[in-house]
Design a protein around this ligand. Sequence first.
Ligand code: FAD
Length: 563
Amino acid sequence: MEQNEFDVVVVGSGAGALLAAIRAADEGLKTLVVEKMPLLGGTSATSGGGIWIPDNHDMGKAGLSDSVQAAFRYVKTCARGLASDDRILAYVETARHMARYLAGIGVPYRCVPSYADYYPTLAGAMPGGRTMDPIDFNAGKLGPQDLELLRPTCPGQLIFGRMHINAFEARSLLARERKGKFVLMWIMARYFLDYPWRNKTRRDRRLTGGQALLGGLFAALRQRGITLWLDTPMQSLTQEGGRVTGLVVRRNGQDMAVSARRAVVLGAGGFERNQQMREQYLPQPTDQAWTATPPEGNTGDAHRAGAAVGGALHLMAHTWGAPTLFVPKEEKYRAMFVERSMPGCMVVNARGERFLNESGPYPEFQQAMYANHAQTGGAVPAWIVFDATFRANYPIGPLMPSAAVPDAKLRKSWLNTVYWKGETLQELAGQIGIDPQGLLASARRMSEFSRTGKDLDFGRGDNVFDRYYGDVNVKPNPNLAPIEKGPFYAMKLHPGDIGTKGGLLTDRDARVLTEDGQPIAGLYCVGNNSASVMGPSYPGAGSTLGPAMTFAFRAIAHIVGKP
Ligand code: FAD
């Protein structure tokens, strides 16, 4: 008979959840992880794996110096009063200790010295170094069987749908640095020459990004013999005398009570896959199909279970916003993080007018879509428009640069679903149903800006964050180029997300709080299941996974009474 008494039960198997389970086991606690889906890893496994860690141990090597005080000041401004100072402080103080712990359990990270914070002009921002990227992980340590249980990443993050690429390599390719060509050759040679591994599985042995993070955490979970139940959704929490004492799960078709002697840690993700909750809480219009997170899993189950035992829900109108696009046959929409920053493209509404800085942070991009839609009724969807020169040089969505994969070799089904094409801008406008005169005027203005290097309308390329994803060969502004050489192309963008950020309100130790600020004994919550410590904003790449794991780290310390 399966045992159903544990010290700690962790719900979900994203990064925060697994880190909590591993630390609990390291503290000698008998731990269970329950995951609703047949695969482990949630959105975390499909992510870039970046973590935003102020004053981290690797910054010194890059000649950068940071402080907890500066980071606190920066996050406090970003959070705009929607996260408590106490929680923000707990985060900025503890994140670096969590990053060291990660390295100790076999998931080392390095800082990305030139990846700036998302609001580089705010006091306390850093021009780089706080974002950390996972070091590549050898899936051999996990073994091919467990690798099959790890949710794979999205095809958009793989080279030719198969080979992993890390953030350093991706940037070098996209920015068309000289070494880019060699990077690509090296990635391909490494994959194709690894015959012993390829005989076992088609999946790449070299895991990067979220796959490296979750692969590493999964291996650490196995090393500690932690019990993992996949395909086992939590149904509800159980409570005795005001204390959460366990939960009910659905296992092998039956409800089963599981007791948690010390605590339940909720890490069951956001509610982005729940259309009814989206309509109840998020800005409209909204569609669960627009999220770039895996289907089905994150439906807010643990938001509702936590609220049912008295937990307060906060920040429910907010998402980790990002523009997304549809690609036929892919299980979810793709987020467009970086391509829109390259020179020679612009984003327009139905009037053919630009309304945002295309190179800005993705959450602001999504918010600008909603704001413009409220004014004009024509920014949902919006259109990213580019010319033949852009198309020749840069990948965008699933399209590789036409220099490598010309239009004739693209999938036929992508024309008029993924991309639209016209010999002239007027023809393109007609195809996508937007105002041709507006589009022409915007393209002309953009071309003028590219010659002076100054985007007089939205300041694109004016700061270090924008320029991180620009073409180093394009002058005077690496984010601006004329849009004048036909044929012209457009892709449809939706105000999507990479998860929701509203959830159960927690304190500095991830304890779930009631509306009057009292902790609920025995109940902790991390990741997108909890209200974000960042308030409505996104201070830097890694602002979701960093806090998820940091508060998991703190939760376990609190459970075992560590300072
Ligand atoms: P998840 O990782 O989604 O895990 C939640 C898990 O809980 C799921 O497996 C789900 O099935 C399970 N679950 C749900 N309900 C139940 C239930 N009732 N019982 C049991 N289990 C349940 N963020 C960063 O910080 N850095 C990045 O580099 C980054 N890159 C990204 C790239 C992409 C393409 C995307 C889509 C997102 C990215 N993000 C990134 C965002 C980040 O991935 C998510 O915010 C984060 O993974 C959320 O973690 P989580 O643990 O809260 O949820």
